[in-house]
Design a protein around this ligand. Sequence first.
Ligand code: HEM
Length: 637
Amino acid sequence: MFSCNATAIKDWSFFLSQILPLVNKSTGLVHRGMEKAEAVTSSVMATALEPDLGGMGASRPPLNSNHTSGMEHVFRYSYSEDDLLYTDYRTPPRDSIPLPKAVLYLLMVALVVVVVAYAIVGHLVKDLVHEFVACRRNMVSIFNSILNLTLRLDMQGILIFLCVVLLLKYLSDVRPKNLPPGPFPLPLIGNMLDISFSDPIGSFNKVFEKYGDVSTLQFGGKNCILLSGYKTFKEAFVEQGDVFSDRASYAVNEKLSKGLGLLYSSGHKWRNQRRFALSTLKNFGVGKKTLENSILQESQYLCEALQTQQGFPVDPHHILNNAVANIICSLVFGHRFEYDDHYFHQILQYSDDAFQLPATNSGRFYNWFPTIMNWLPGKHQTAFNNLYKVKNFIQEEIEKHKQERNRDNPRDYIDCYLEEIETCKDSRAEFTEENLMWCVVDLFGAGTETTTNTLKWAILYMAKYPTVQEKVQAEVDQVIGQTRLPSMEDRVLMPYTYAVIHEIQRFANIIPFAPPRVASKDTTVAGYHIPKGTMVLPLLNPILHDRNEYSTPDQFNPGHFLDENGKFLKRENFIPFSVGKRMCPGEQLARMELFLFFTSLMQKFTINALEGQTLGLERTVGITLGPKPFKIRAVPR
Ligand code: HEM
């Protein structure tokens, strides 16, 4: 009566779209004057098929909700004579019938086991046949043996055929058409084995080198697109800024921030919080002379603290961390902390533990098996506890602000935020005390570790590459001298120092990949299809080590940022702060801190390695990559 090939039947909706109009026609259901019995048939059929008729709802007349009495309900699906029942129905994309992956894998494994077992049994059967022949048993038993053998061989063939079909199905499912290339994912574990536990960044680099700017890895049954290359970054994060502005949600960041704050929030809430943070930081002097003065004051405290070491071996971590943290503290809390405040040092350490967790092995395991990991001890538990202490510390500051604030004269970010909680009418923007706490956690974490680690690398490189240090000092002496403080205006007169700061950031590459984003709709990047909901990992490392851009990408070479006349060379693809809507909101602040702290240190000290020691370039593992603990001598000049 109608033609219906195997492919069409496989596509259930397509099959229905073919068959239903014919069934309706043949039963006369398209006419108003239908018999009640036919209408009942129609109603029952339509109800039974409803789950598969999602696309048809739109073309269906609205249901009569008052259909509880008599036989009225049989007219639920009636329509005018001219209405063709399924005119608006469009065949959905022809995905094959989805089978739960776990079931599929289990079936595959079970079948492989059966086939292997069967091969062994097959040998036994063969031996049996030989035995039968050898023993010249009667014809009946020989006939039975042959029959058995044939049956079993048939079964074996069927099983092998099924295995091949399932394997082909797995292979076609595993990498949907036009998704970027990548290493082949194994059933259940995906590409877990492709990412080294000790050196995840090295592993991402290898994937990048093999597959290029856009590649796919699979974790936990989900595809994750690795994006790199300056052009690709711009295409995705700038030109399609709105599509890629949400953060991917995974177990660790859910636990760390519950989707609040600045770093891991998304959508309307994130947009409003970020806008507010940027404008408030600007009001309190970011990018202006007022903030420059407070950084210069802090750099004097920093130099005094180093001076007290009198050139003895010192690990610069605490001093630098305290100095940098004080800048963000004065913007957010309205005050700074002394360098010998051990409680504050502890809080900084706790904040760092929590901030780095997503990139550690404990964080990775937590993402894969959150329920189990919640019960197991480990670094993740320490980080969660430590975050709790940081939250308490911040909560105390918020309480103090609530008591002491003067509404007419907000002193800092917290005062302004408390004001916003009272005045903001947009409840979806979530200006709440809880969100305030998470925003401060993020400003504190993101604003401290990043700049501290960059300055630690700066100190280490100066000790390791003394000729570079000498040139910087010569320029500092020439432009600033020893009697006045540095200023941001000196930057244009100090191309070498400015180039060195850029090279420190490029070579140290403290954030090799930005926190993952998620595609908010189906899109295309570099010609590849990126389906809605896919996680995207922005790799900054290959961009800062691009061989086509930097002559010696794997060496510390300030020449990368100098032209042939020794003038500063601005490079468009130098993007340690990332690009697009989610790029670092602290870039201006960080650049100011780096220039003023670094030049102040170079003005007052010569940084030396300890005698007989070669400083290494090993890194810690985390969201930001700092140098492993090291000691230097800061000799006053
Ligand atoms: C050398 C110093 C710094 C570097 C290299 C750096 C780099 C970055 C990078 C690469 C991102 C991720 C961007 C993305 O997802 O595409 C980021 C985000 C962020 N940074 Fe920085 N950053 C630095 C300093 C700071 C400072 C001083 C602050 C303090 C205001 C800060 C606050 C933030 C925040 C709040 C985010 C999250 C933004 C969002 O998700 O919307 N950063 N930073």
